[in-house]
Design a protein around this ligand. Structure first.
Ligand SMILES: Nc1ncnc2c1ncn2[C@@H]1O[C@H](COP(=O)(O)OP(=O)(O)OP(=O)(O)O)[C@@H](O)[C@H]1O
Ligand SMILES: [Mg+2]
Length: 462
């Protein structure tokens, strides 16, 4: 289910992309603003320089002395400005004010006699000003004059504000555009994910058909491919489970039916002798039922072991084998079967589940005795090779024909010659338990057409 405290992909992308985009936009605004202000400042400086030129044009040298002729019009022109205050001064090298409405502060690093206008920032009456300064003359007789024109910064500040205002508006629109584009773009981008979500939610629990992945983009295609893969595997598993249940029910039906018929017959009979016969039949049917139920349980436990953790402990496998084989001694004696155990090497502890390994052995030894003829032998042996513990259970019974040996391991499979009342689960249980212990189970013929050897290899350290 969707959890509301989770961020959507859209929100995540916006969170990742928006701060850097905002930062970059900020840097861009700042850089553009600085460039505009720099060039506008240069234009204003030129205007200030023009005023300095105008004043310089009024200065002439007569009889070795400076003459400054500032007509009223020129004076007005110098001072005239709608917005800013303009101050000017013409001083000599001793600092005496010759003409001007105000002493304009001097620069510190002076461009003395360079005949160029220099600009600097200063203040007059505590108001910030921009100053243009030019030095004239420079003969021994006349000395020199310095012309300074200062202008308050109103115009420049107004311009800076306007520039900023006109820039911020469009930038804000630009940013909103990007957010909208990202929002809708990401929406289009993740639409296939939504499609996959809907396709999965609308599936019924038993519909494991693959999702159509043809028109999906590469990344989602991979995910859907993986989901389809999983569903295909689930399908196989469900199929096999369904078959298992059907087979199990089918197998259970026979002993249950026998039980019922025998009970019905028993209810009608008055003859104690006949009753004994029926009780004998009831006994074997109920034994068969009990065995089948246990076999089914063992198999389902072993199969479930692949997806659940099974408790494993280090075991003395020789000991476990001896104990399990001992259960079958009465049966072996009954059939005059010679049963032997041979552990040649000292076997290091094997990591395994004791109960399961006992079930595995029990099923194999049971087969070896059950399908053997009277007077036969069963030989159980354990040995080591480099990296495996190898257990063999050999008998000299009829064996299983080559072509049926593989199938005999499948559950509910019984060879055509089998006459015993088994249900075909013993080998399947043994194989599942071996697999659970990362081992391998193989069936071999002992002689050309008789005898069966079951070989189990367990990797050491498993
Ligand atoms: N040692 C053996 N010698 C000859 N045939 C065997 C031997 N072990 C198994 N088989 C054959 O393989 C078949 C499958 O064996 P498996 O142990 O799986 O089932 P089962 O013995 O018939 O029934 P269950 O063990 O569930 O009671 C048996 O029916 C039998 O025909
Ligand atoms: Mg069996």
């Amino acid at each position: 289910m969707m959890r509301s405290d989770r961020l959507s992909l859209r929100q995540r992308l916006l969170l990742w992309l928006l701060p850097p985009i905002m930062l970059l936009t900020g840097i861009w605004i700042w850089a553009t603003y600085a460039i505009i202000i720099y060039f506008a400042g240069m234009a204003y400086d030129h205007a200030l320089e023009d005023t300095v030129e105008t004043l310089a044009a009024q200065v002439s040298v007569e009889h070795g002395d400076f003459r400054i002729d500032l007509p009223a019009a020129a004076n007005r022109m110098v001072k005239f400005d709608k917005v800013d205050h303009i101050y000017y001064s013409i001083t000599d090298e001793r600092g005496t004010l010759h003409v001007g409405n105000r002493m304009v502060p001097t620069s510190h690093g002076s461009a003395l006699l360079s005949n160029k206008t220099m600009f600097y920032d200063s203040s007059v009456d505590e108001r910030a000003v921009r100053v243009a300064e030019r030095t004239l003359g420079g003969t021994a007789e006349t000395g020199y004059l310095t012309i300074r024109v200062a202008e308050t910064l109103e115009k420049r500040n107004i311009l800076a504000d306007e520039v900023l205002r006109y820039m911020i508006g469009p930038q804000f629109l630009f940013l909103s555009g990007i957010v909208i584009l990202m929002w809708t773009g990401v929406g289009h981008g993740i639409a296939p994910l939504m499609w996959v979500r809907d396709a999965i939610t609308h599936k019924t629990y038993d519909d494991l058909s693959p999702l159509d992945d043809k028109s999906l983009p590469a990344e989602v295609h991979e995910q859907v491919h993986a989901i389809n893969d999983l569903m295909a595997r689930l399908n196989v598993m469900l199929d096999s489970q369904r078959r298992f249940i059907a087979d199990a029910a089918h197998q259970l039906r026979t002993p249950v039916t026998t039980l019922r018929t025998q009970v019905e017959v028993a209810l009608r009979t008055r003859d104690p002798g006949e009753m004994q016969v029926i009780l004998g039949k009831l006994d074997s049917a109920s034994k068969r039922l009990a065995r089948l139920t246990n076999q089914l349980l063992d198999l389902s436990r072993a199969e479930a072991g692949h997806s659940m953790t099974v408790a494993m402990e280090p075991l003395d496998i020789a000991d476990t084998t001896r104990e399990t084989v001992a259960w079958f001694v009465p049966e072996a004696l009954n059939k005059e079967i010679d049963i032997t155990i041979d552990f040649a090497d000292a076997i290091p502890p094997l990591l395994g589940n004791r109960h399961m390994l006992e079930q595995m052995l029990a099923n194999l030894v049971d087969n070896a005795i059950r399908y053997n003829q009277k007077g036969g032998y069963v030989h159980v042996a354990g040995k080591m090779d480099d990296s495996h513990f190898i257990l063999t259970i050999e008998d000299d019974g009829p064996g299983i024909p080559d072509e049926q040996r593989q199938q005999a391991i499948e559950r509910f499979y019984r060879t055509s010659s089998s006459r015993s009342g088994g249900s075909g689960l013993g080998l399947a249980i043994a194989r599942e338990i071996v697999l659970l212990h990362a081992g391998r189970l193989t069936l071999n013929a002992v002689h050309a057409s008789s005898g069966l050897e079951v070989v189990i290899e367990f990797p050491l350290g498993s």
